[in-house]
Design a protein around this ligand. Sequence first.
Ligand code: SF4
Length: 282
Amino acid sequence: MYIHEVNIETSSFCNAECSICPHKSMKRRQGFMEENLWRKILDDCSKTDVRNIHYHLNGEPLMNPQLPQIIRYGLSKNPNSNHGFFTNGALLGKRATEFFPNSLVDRIVISFDGGTKETYESHRVGLKFEETIQSINEFIKIRDKYHFIKPKIIVLMVLTKENQHTQEAFQNMWKNILKNGVDEVHLSYPMNWAGAVQVNEPDLPFGRPELCPYLYNFVFILHTGEAVKCCMDIEGKEVVGNAREQSVEEIFNGARYQELRKLYFNKKWDEMPMCSKCSFRK
Ligand code: SF4
């Protein structure tokens, strides 16, 4: 097994209250990751084979004032990994200049769940359709003005029963209106966050993976340093290690993680309360 991705929770604060995300009712303490911790994690990554480093987990990474500095350090320590983060995009324009030219990740994935103002604002509660588009455009303008080829911008729509009818409008909007700036437009399936959120799943035009990749190829580190089983563990209930005391590789190969993988493989759902409720599982 190899580490496909390490997800670092640089911020567990968020500036939205999305209908399809359990963050709005999260009870664990919120915060930004401390500098000595993110430095240690990124040093750890450099000592093992990590394909992708993502600077987000449960929260909006662009709320962390240190994000460009964290990325700069991550890039310097891990030049052979791919770097990126997921964001709702609302703060991208305001913070764009801080990232050029030395904090450029390979890709930024923008969660934008609707092809119309109405569906977008009912899913991304607290954000404004036109303002987010403008914010994304501002970032792209700066990137293109200086002829940077990075980061690649990917806009993602999670399909629900309520927004599925705007799927075509969403694809056309990003492909046509912003065709010079957005590099890829993706559709994805909704998740129920291991039972924490009720989602109305539509008939999906694609399947789900056979084996949950999160358990086998990822490492997820909360801003406090605790490593959790997967990104669905919004409250940090299923801890598999601690990045303050263990290296990323030790967490990934740790006894608890190995045990959970065996349980999952043998379909012992009664011993895996989160997985038993998770819509990500086939
Ligand atoms: S199936 Fe289990 S490990 Fe995979 S995402 Fe769901 S809760 Fe997490």
